[in-house]
Design a protein around this ligand. Structure first.
Ligand code: SF4
Ligand code: SF3
Length: 542
């Protein structure tokens, strides 16, 4: 196996024996073959001139397959094998309907038989099959961006919202990664195009979420516990949460959010559920201890799963959607998207209430509409000098010790600065008492990683209010923490919007070859991180 798609790639280079995330060799290879099959589907779509608007079920399967390969989403070999078979069957149907198209790539025509055949084929079609390291780097950058885009588009689809242009682009981008005639410049252009669709994907999801659940508003979220048995819901999918809340209503079972599900509390639509009582714990990587003390069942709607250490915890974990873990019950939707969570609720009733690990509240809900409602206050604070600078510190959290940088950075920032955050990166500083500036909290949490879109809208709004020509003239610095592929699409979206001088940490992606990294540095001013003190000095222009 070879995988270098996330920030924790072994040795900063790539995982070759087993993933640092816990992904085993077979899962890694089956995921490689799944991606290869999706490239084959895309090759047919592009070469036959098919349009996504006519490919409904293929579009949806491609989204789900891409999502299943995102870091920490699915560790279940059997589920991925089934998905490979499904993708091959769809690919073959597509090829039959596009009969007569010449020059198809091997990805569009290969056949395998059984798991052993799949693993054999996978060994020759993974990341390292592209020999030139710069081409490989650009191809993978595009693929990881497309994976992140698929995740966001999949959530929107679950809410009944689609944008077929995104699907058309996904086919085009995946097919391009098979095309040996494309130059590095072509691939750089396609990378930026991926960012353009990243903006479209996040806008689609934002509109899907806010149309259905209302605009996030300032909310105090309880981080303590009550005495009822409870279910913990993690991941990013709000429709799953809605269905769980509907089904637990009046059962005496409470629902808590974990990690990236925290921002669900900010939506007006979920406030009517009395049993939606708070957030338990922190970012994904702390789940090993936190699931132990939660005592009740846990439902994963998406990433990030950490392989459970004990059979007891594993028996309480359920997955749904693109997520999966061997030995855990997976709950499928029926043809109308409805999911039956009764088994989880029944289990919860037999288990103890959560053990308290902290108490108090945290505040969030600063997505675009809420911040626009405060715009006058914010603009006045900037004009009076009460706010000197905003720091976008969106993105992901992770296990590496070097991420302590972000907590220290937040703590040491001058008191006349405000942090704009989204994604699970926030857990490094959302429980620190950083105070407020004239009633504006110094940490403004917009929501999940996809709500980085809100941060871009806020920047564009400030640019308009201050009548600037360039988003980079704003007093906003970008110090982003990344981990998985959704952060890649957020980064590409920001680059597409023209944001320069983004700092990315705790380490730069292993998948950037020195030459590709050089292009990003020279064209966009991308940088890594240094020490907290030096970086603050640099950002504050001292
Ligand atoms: Fe390694 Fe990250 Fe790939 Fe897991 S997802 S195998 S940790 S690079
Ligand atoms: Fe976190 Fe996995 Fe990326 Fe959605 S939950 S931000 S890492």
């Amino acid at each position: 196996m070879f995988c270098y798609q996330c920030q924790e790639a072994a040795g900063g280079k790539g995982c070759q024996v087993k993933g640092v995330c816990g992904k085993n060799e077979d899962v890694a290879k089956l995921q490689d073959l799944l991606i290869y099959t999706l490239k084959g589907i895309s090759d047919i779509v592009v070469k036959a001139g098919l349009s996504a608007k006519d490919l409904s079920s293929v579009n949806h399967e491609v989204l789900k397959s891409l999502f299943m390969t995102i870091t920490n989403a699915n560790f279940d070999e059997a589920a991925i094998e089934t998905e490979v078979n499904r993708a091959i069957a769809l690919r073959n149907e597509l090829r039959t309907s596009a009969a007569g198209v010449a020059g198809l790539h091997d990805a569009a025509v290969f056949e395998v038989s059984g798991r052993a055949g799949m693993l054999l084929k996978a060994a020759s079609v993974g990341v390292l099959a592209t020999e030139n390291e710069d081409v490989r780097s650009l191809r993978e950058l595009i693929i990881y961006g497309v994976k992140g885009l698929a995740a966001y588009t999949h959530h929107a689809l679950n809410l009944g919202k689609e944008n077929v242009d995104i699907y058309d682009f996904t086919y085009k981008a995946l097919a391009a990664t098979l095309d040996d005639t494309l130059s590095a410049d072509d691939l750089v252009a396609l990378t930026l195009k991926t960012g353009e669709f990243g903006v479209a994907g996040m806008a689609l999801l934002d509109s899907a979420n806010t149309t259905k659940y209302g605009n996030p508003e300032i909310t105090q979220v309880n981080i303590g516990v009550k005495n009822n048995p409870a279910i913990l819901i993690s991941g990013h999918d709000l429709t799953d949460l809605e269905q769980l809340l509907e089904q637990t209503k009046g059962t005496g079972v409470d629902v808590y959010t974990h990690s990236e599900m925290l921002p669900a509390h900010y939506y007006p639509a979920f406030k009517k559920y009395d049993n939606f009582v708070g957030n338990y714990g922190n970012a994904w990587w702390k789940q090993t201890e936190e699931f132990q003390s939660f005592n009740g069942p846990i439902l994963f709607t998406t990433n990030c799963i950490v392989p459970p250490r004990s059979e007891e915890v594993r028996s309480r974990i359920f997955t749904t959607g693109a997520s999966g873990f061997p030995g855990c019950v997976h709950i499928e939707a029926d043809e109308n998207g409805k999911k039956d969570f009764s088994e989880i609720i029944a289990l919860a009733k037999t288990l103890s209430a959560p053990t308290e690990i902290e108490n108090g509240t945290i505040v969030g809900g600063f997505a675009h509409e809420q911040v626009f409602a405060l715009a006058d206050k914010v603009v006045d604070a900037v004009k009076s000098g009460a706010i000197k600078k905003f720091f976008v510190m969106a993105g992901c959290d992770g296990r590496m010790k070097s991420r302590e940088y972000y907590e220290q950075f937040a703590e040491k920032l001058p008191k006349d600065t405000v942090i704009l955050t989204a994604g699970c990166a926030k857990y490094r500083y959302n429980k620190l008492d950083l105070g407020d500036i004239g009633g504006i909290p110094r940490v403004l949490d917009a929501g999940q990683c996809n709500d980085s879109y809100s941060l871009a809208l806020i920047a564009l709004k400030l640019k308009e209010v201050f009548e600037l020509n360039d988003i980079n003239e704003l007093p906003i610095a970008y110090n982003i923490a990344w981990y998985e592929q959704k952060a890649v699409i957020v980064l590409l979206a920001l680059l597409y919007l023209g944001v320069k001088n983004i700092h990315l940490g705790p380490t730069l992606p292993a998948f950037l070859s020195p030459n590709v990294a050089k292009v990003l540095v020279e064209t966009f001013g991308i940088g890594g991180i240094g020490t907290v003190d030096e970086d603050i000095k640099m950002f504050m222009g001292a």
